[in-house]
Structures are given as C-alpha cells and as structure tokens.
Design a protein. Structure first.
Length: 571
C-alpha cells in the first residue's frame, strides 16, 4: 500500500498544477514552444485587466510558495519549487518595483518572432489555420502595446533611445514587408490550404502588415522623441538578478575578474597556436603575438565559404556527423538510439542569424529539434562552421533538448522549463534558464577543444569565441552597473575584442536590449567546467563522462551552481 504524500507535498503538487495551467493561459506563445498546441491560435493579452490578473497569479503563488517548507519536499519537487519561486518572484518584482511592462519594447516584435517559430514547425493545414488566427490578433496586441508605451511616456518610464531606434529603423520595416509574402509560405512548405483557409490567412496577413506599419509610425513619432539614452538596470538591480535569477552569489566585481582571467588565458592559448598554424596555413605569420593579430588572421580566413548556397546544409550535416562519431568514439556523450536531427534553412523573414537551434518541443515527442541555418553561402565562413555545429547541434543545444524531451515529455507540469525559449525570455527579460542552456553549449565547445576535436584553425576560432564571451561579461556588467557608458563600452570592445566600431555598437545594443543574456554563455560554462572537474576528482576511476553528462541533462535547465548539491557528495 503506497504511503500518502506529506501535507507539504500534497499542497505543492496542487499549487504546481494550478500555476502551470494558469501561467500558460497568460503566455499562450510559450505553450506553443513547449509543444502544447491548444493555445496556438492566441496571443498574449496586454490589457490592464489581463496584466493585473497575471500579476495576481504570481503574487499569490509567491506567497504560497514562501509558506511551504521546501526541505520537506522530495529533491525533484524541491527543484520545481525553486523554479516557480524564481519565476513568480521576478514577475512580482518587475510589476511592482520596475513597472517594466510600460517600457518593454521587446513586445513590439514579439508576435512576429513567435509566428516565425510556429511557421517553422507547421506541417498541416490545421497548423496554418492556427497561424492565421494568431496573426489576426496582431492588431489588437500592437494597440495594447502602444497603450502601455504611452502610459510609460506619461510616467517617465521610457525605453532606451538606441534600442527604440533599432526597432523603428531596422526591425519593423523588415517585418512590414514580410507580411506581404506570408500567404505564399504554406505552398513553400508543401501545405495546400482550402479556399477559405487561404482567404483567412490573406486577410490576417494584410491586417497584420497594416498594424505593424502603424506601429512603426507610432514608435518613430511618439516614442523616439522621448526615449532616453543610457537606460540600464543599475548596480542594485543587477545584483538582485544575479542572486534571484541565476543563483549566483559572487559580486559583479568578482565576475568581471573571472572573465578577465579567462580573457588572459584565452589570449595566451592563442599565441601558443602560432607554430601549428604556421605549419598548416601557407602565408600565416610565424607567430601570433596578440589577440589583434589572431583576429586579423581570422578576418582573412573568413573570406572562405561554401561555393554555392545549396552546399550549406550538406556542410553542416557532414560536420554534425563527424562530431557524433567523435563523441561516441571518445565515450564523451551518449547519443540516443534513433536520434533524429532536422537541419533546414531559416524561414523567410528571419534576418541576422547565421544558425540557431529550435529545440525539440518538450511536450510533443512527435516533433524533432531543428538546426536552422541561413541559406546563403556567403554568411557561413568555413572556419567557424565546426564551432557552430558543435554549439547548436552535437553535442550542444540539440542533444540537450532531445535528452530533455525524452526525460520530461510526459511530465504533466514541467515548470522548470518555463522561459527556456530565446524570444520568450527576451519578451519577459528573464534569462535564468539560459545559464544552463547557453552555458552548457559553450561548455560543450570547450570540452570538444580539450578533447582535440578541432583542427588548429578551428581551435583558434574556439579560443577567440571564448575570449569574446569573456569580453561580453565585462561589458554587460560594466554597462548595467554604470561602470561604463555607451562610448566606453564601445571602446572596450574595439580594444579588447578587436571589433570594428559598427559591430561594437551592435553589441552594445544587444546588451541593452536583453540585459544579462550575454553573460550566461561564459559564466554558465565556467560553472559546468568546475562541476566536471570536481566530479572527476571525487569519483576518481569510477568517473564515466558520458554518464556524467546524462546526469546533467536529467535535471533540466537548473542553474549549474545548484546542481552541485545533487552531483557531489560534499558540494
């Protein structure tokens, strides 16, 4: 006879189920990314009443979680308790203290970016009917967004001017043009719509296009003149998010010091590659004395790319296959039997992306994850292709998402997986899970380097990438704790990352649009590297690397620092 759950577990189980369902009703786009399709035809409601109800959900959930004793929960439920606490606490903080919904410029493109994901997964006429219904809601969504931004202007809660200008001058004009061709996309995806289905899509596309065009005018005329330069988080808010979103107790100063140490180590390793490169590359310098010379050499090598556009996908398919063979031969990772990895071109309308991962939908095991690539050969320097295949494919994001899908696809309330999709996290400003997700993929890059997977040139790209991620930590922290202004941040990037100045300005824009996302790559990787080293030392001859990585995956997107309690006898 099974034992009844403890009162604490019974109360938490009921709260978790209620919270998960109510959360997804407020975030229907996130339900789609998780593989739940009953809300595919809806968009988030930005009306005051809906936002108030959502705030009440998080406020009440937070109060109930704080009354529960987590030490009385089983370990897995304790991780769910922590995940819910992080999400609810951040939402209450953002609504009450920051009132960030009144200046959240990311919502201006959110319906479009989420439709891109949905279109990429669409396979049937019913899928396209849901897309048409969701697109038909765009005019209402954008009007609500304009009401929120207008309210923010009235209360001096305004977004950063640099960011608004990018949305108004770069992003929205492209989106407006996109909806002119949306009705042609089902045919491009080999899906035939009925006459009524096509007419519904045409009308929705026309109205969405008009709404985005009007929103473009609104940003230029109403918001841009009042937007302020230099809008950042501030030191106190940055420290709060480090602790409550990432579980990081180190100070910003300590994290900057860690990143600067990594930068020095990477630059030293780059100079050590000079002899190998001199042997391998005709015309290469006999030595690379500094990071600037390495970047200059890479700039020359980046001119080489596949000859034809149709060669792009076969190139990456070959590289992923090579990586899979290597990790199996080395016993580094387990690859599930019957693994299916999709590789395809980016759908029309997605720009400034060389390659990305669309994770295997957690709760829809019928569908695979995708390694999605720009179809243009000129955007794929061959020297960077292997690193991209490792990060986005194997053993990086794709393998991680497949492991999670296999482990959690039947979980009725997988609250640990909220906010794991890039554009969902961007719209909410919450990047807690990214410390695991991007940190793991960056760790995978470094692990493959240490195992000797890369050629000398590919290893150079891996080391340069590591140095760039270290620089990003310094600049993101510097900007948002007000140690640097925009100009100082650009100078740092130009000097320490050898970036052309226009690229450096784009980097600064990224940090201001999505604060703290850029730090998750290196800081998460360092946590995983420390955890791996400690497990090797503690387990000695019993350490099995492939099983170690499976154990990592078994927890889902938990902050790597919090995994130490579960994976080490003496964390």
């Amino acid at each position: 006879m099974s034992q009844a759950p403890s009162p604490a577990l019974a109360a938490f189980t009921a709260l978790r189920a209620s919270f998960f369902q109510r959360y997804l009703r407020a975030q229907p786009e996130e339900a789609t990314t998780l593989g739940l399709h009953h809300l595919d035809d809806r968009l988030k409601d930005l009306s005051p009443s809906a936002l108030g109800d959502e705030y009440a959900l998080h406020r009440d959930t937070l109060a109930q979680l704080e009354r529960l004793p987590p030490e009385e929960l089983p370990p897995s439920d304790g991780l769910d308790w922590r995940a819910m606490l992080d999400v609810a606490r951040f939402h209450v903080h953002a609504y009450e203290d920051l009132r960030s919904h009144r200046r959240n410029i990311e919502l201006s493109t959110y319906p479009h970016t989420m439709l891109q994901y949905q279109i990429g997964q669409a396979e049937t006429a019913d899928d396209w009917a849901a897309i048409a219904s969701r697109a038909a809601r765009i005019p209402t969504f954008l009007q609500q967004q304009e009401d929120l931004l207008t309210e923010g202007l009235a209360t001096s809660e305004v977004p950063d001017g640099h960011t608004v200008r990018d949305f108004a001058e770069e992003q929205l004009p492209v989106i407006v043009r996109y909806y002119e061709c949306l009705p042609e996309l089902p045919g491009a995806h080999q899906v035939e719509l009925s006459g009524s289905g096509l007419r519904a899509l045409q009308q929705a596309a026309r109205e969405a296009r008009e709404a985005f065009a009007a929103h473009h005018r609104f940003l230029r005329r109403q918001v841009m003149p009042h937007a302020r330069p230099g809008v950042v988080l501030g030191a106190d808010e940055y420290q709060w998010r480090l602790r409550h979103l990432f579980g990081i107790t180190d100070s910003p100063e300590e994290l900057m010091g860690q990143a600067q140490d990594v930068l020095v180590q990477a630059q030293h390793a780059i100079t050590q590659l000079s002899r190998a490169l001199a042997r391998e590359l005709p015309g290469a310098p006999a030595s690379l004395a500094n990071f600037a010379e390495a970047r200059a050499l890479l700039a020359q090598l980046e001119l080489h790319h596949p000859e034809r556009d149709e060669d792009v996908i076969p190139l990456y398919r070959r590289l992923v296959g090579h990586a899979e063979q290597f990790i199996l031969e080395q016993g580094m990772f387990l690859v599930p039997e019957g693994l299916r990895m999709g590789i395809k071109a980016l759908p029309p309308g997605m720009v400034d992306v060389r390659g990305t991962n669309w994770p295997a939908p957690l709760l829809d095991p019928r569908k695979v994850g995708w390694f999605v690539l720009s179809p243009l050969a000129a955007e794929h320097p061959t020297i960077w292709a292997t690193l991209l295949a490792v990060h986005e494919g194997l053993p990086g994001h794709f393998l991680q998402s497949v492991a999670w899908q296999r482990a959690f696809s039947h979980h009725p309330t997988p609250v640990r997986f909220l906010l794991v999709t890039d554009h969902v996290a961007m719209a909410r400003g919450h990047f807690g899970p990214m410390l695991n997700i991007e940190g793991y993929a960056t760790y995978a890059e470094e692990r493959m380097r240490r195992a000797g997977f890369y050629t000398a040139v590919e290893e150079l790209t891996a080391l340069v990438a590591r140095a760039l991620r270290a620089v990003r930590v310094v600049v993101d922290i510097g900007l948002h704790t007000r140690r640097m202004d925009d100009d100082a941040a650009v100078r740092y990037l130009v000097h320490h990352a050898c970036m052309p100045e226009p690229n450096a300005w784009r980097e600064v824009l990224r940090y201001k649009r999505i604060p703290m996302q850029a730090i998750t790559y290196l800081l998460g990787a360092l946590e995983f590297e420390r955890l791996e080293a400690d497990c090797r030392r503690e387990r000695g001859s019993h350490f099995d690397e492939a099983r170690f990585h499976e154990e990592l995956f078994s927890f889902g997107p938990v902050s790597p620092a919090r995994l130490r309690h579960f994976m080490l006898a003496h964390p």
